[in-house]
Design a protein around this ligand. Structure first.
Ligand code: FES
Ligand code: MG
Length: 582
């Protein structure tokens, strides 16, 4: 293992015999720590998103204890620190509003402190990208440990999935099929253990993305939060990060363009969340890798979806784990030459292919074969056209095939409040061929780009048995949601995008096969409406004036196709700190 020739970054704090060294060491010793415990050893930060307000990450102190034992066993010294915890379920108006804030917290905490490397403890949706973004901007050695999914949801003898069950059961309430009391009674059954959403929602997707990128140990993504193996992975990751310091295995050696191409292909194979398109772009931007929406077309399209998990399919993460987890998927892809870069380096020092080439698939219903996939072409569909010059995204595996080529007339909601006020109106002029359009829910418009793009259907159509319609917005949707839903339309309404000029009755064409999203108006009419709209005050103007973090957010957030990072955070700034604190 360790050649121990590498100069330790932490020695710039603890390694000098002078006034500065005295100060750094002396305060460390206030817990009764001896010099030999930390002097000359890799100091490993454990970046913890533990919070009781992020229920998905509420078990992270116990996971951190196993990481610490691994670090000590391998000859390092662990220092655990908290960072802003972005909990998807509780945070309003949306956890996406503070993803970049969390990433700033992570970046500055790493750079400013005497750590040689970090273990990133992440679980709930935004915590994984936030931690990777912050660590990537410092480019220190880093390994990510996921918190793991909840056990399978169970309710009245049926298996139900996190989030997905909420959308499904709530539509049944609105259609008059179940009572509100029956709906509420599913709460406990849906969330049976600690951990993240057990569907292939954004948390599971991002855990799989991290594994495909190579920043975790193999099998990290799927072990349930309460499985003993989750704690084993934590321990082994703690051991491994110490050697990564001596090997100078920085994030930039793992997070290469090749790694992102592997991740994009993997996202199609797992039926992953549309949110991955935003988060991967943001992470890539921090490490200096050029990635754009068209890469999702070139690399992702044509890839079959193999993983039969809700919301696209039938099973849940616990089943995925028992079936062989992500390594079984990657092996299937690799055997068929569908893994773009087998040679990509991963955190354990081996290539991605070395890690997975002997992986077994124990259940071909859960991880389907290439001959019998869940969806033939599961790659995210990137749409462009006069309605989305910057692009828009649709998830084919969650959509209704016949609606993916559709021409219909717009039913427009100016914002989410307008939608909520009118969607149940029996007089709303809408039928199953209409296209529901939701404006002002993008990064700036909501603000925070909430997960409201999978807007529920009008109750009068649900009562008729209609279960899907084409919906278009500048919002995101939960990775646990489904439907023929066009998301991330860029530029958004609040950035002057053409989605903002759609009026009731306009004809819209969705053509997924050709990646086209078209507003059937003349160029002159579009320009006339855009000019008229530019004269109107923007709803976020008064929010900027209010000050606070939201004001910083509104001034600097980039559009969805650019990853919704802040313009001033893009890029890698390294881990150098030239000055001392006293
Ligand atoms: Fe935290 Fe789904 S709400 S993972
Ligand atoms: Mg989510």
């Amino acid at each position: 293992m360790s050649q121990k020739k590498t100069a330790l970054r932490s020695a710039e704090w603890f390694g000098t015999i002078d006034k500065n060294g005295f100060m750094y060491r002396s305060w460390m010793k206030n817990r009764g720590i001896a010099d030999h415990e930390f002097q000359g050893k890799p100091i490993i930060g454990i970046c913890n998103t533990w919070s009781e307000l992020t229920p998905c990450n509420a078990h992270f102190r116990r996971i951190a204890e196993r990481v610490k034992q691994g670090i000590l066993e391998a000859g390092g010294y662990p220092v655990e620190f908290p960072v802003f915890s972005n909990g998807e379920s509780n945070l309003r108006p949306t956890a996406m509003l503070t993803r970049n804030l969390a990433s700033m917290d992570v970046e500055e905490a790493i750079r400013g402190n005497p750590v040689d490397a970090v273990v990133l403890l992440a679980g709930c949706d935004k915590t994984t990208p936030a931690l990777l973004m912050g660590a990537a901007s410092c480019d220190v050695p880093a390994i990510l440990v996921s918190g793991g999914p909840m056990l399978n949801g169970k309710h009245k003898g049926k298996t139900i999935g996190s989030g997905t069950a909420v959308w499904q059961l709530h539509e049944e309430v609105k259609a008059g099929k179940i009572t509100i009391d029956e709906f509420i009674s599913a709460e406990r059954g849906m969330s049976r253990s600690e951990g993240t959403c057990n569907t292939m929602g954004t948390a599971s997707t991002m855990a799989c993305m991290a594994e495909a990128l190579g920043v975790t140990l193999p099998y990290n993504a799927a072990f349930p939060a309460v499985d003993a193996s989750r704690y084993l992975i934590a321990h082994l990751s703690g051991m491994r990060i110490v050697d990564m310091v001596w090997e100078e295995l920085k994030l930039s050696k793992i997070l290469t363009r090749q790694a992102f191409e592997n991740a994009i292909r993997t996202n199609a194979a797992i039926g992953g969340s549309t949110n991955a398109a935003i988060h991967l772009k943001a992470i890539a931007g921090r490490i200096g890798v050029d990635l754009n929406l068209d890469d999702w077309t070139h690399i992702g399209r044509g890839t079959p979806t193999l993983v039969d998990l809700m919301p696209s399919g039938r099973f849940l993460m616990e089943d995925f784990c028992y079936a062989g987890g992500l390594p079984a998927v990657l092996r299937t892809l690799g055997d068929a030459d569908l893994l773009p870069h087998k040679e990509a380096l991963t955190a354990n020092g081996k290539t991605l292919w070395d890690n997975v080439k002997d992986a077994e698939n124990h259940n071909q219903e859960v991880i389907r074969t290439l001959e019998d996939p869940l969806v033939n072409d599961g790659g995210l569909c990137i749409l462009r056209g006069n309605l989305a010059p910057g692009g828009a995204v649709l998830k084919p595996s969650a959509a209704t095939p016949h609606l993916m080529q559709h021409r219909g007339q717009a039913v427009v909601f100016e914002d989410f409040d307008d939608y909520k006020a009118r969607i149940a109106d029996p007089d709303l002029e809408v039928d199953e061929n209409s296209v529901l359009v939701l404006k002002n829910c993008g990064p700036r418009g909501y603000p925070g780009m909430a997960e409201v793009g999978n807007m529920g259907l009008p109750p009068k159509l649900l009562e008729k048995g209609i279960t899907d319609m084409v919906r278009i917005s500048d919002a995101r949707m939960s990775g646990t949601a489904y439907g023929t839903v066009v998301l991330h339309t860029a530029p958004e309404t609040a950035a002057g995008g053409p989605i903002g000029i759609i009026e009731n009755g306009d004809w819209i064409e969705l053509d997924c096969a050709n990646g086209r999203l078209h507003l059937d108006l003349s160029d002159e009419e579009i320009q006339r409406r855009l000019d008229a709209r530019a004269q109107q005050p923007q709803p976020h103007d008064n929010l900027i004036a209010k000050g606070g973090y939201q004001s910083l957010y509104l001034a600097h957030v980039l559009q969805a196709d650019e990853g919704c990072d802040f313009d001033f955070l893009v890029g890698c700034r390294g881990a150098e700190v030239p000055r001392h604190s006293h």
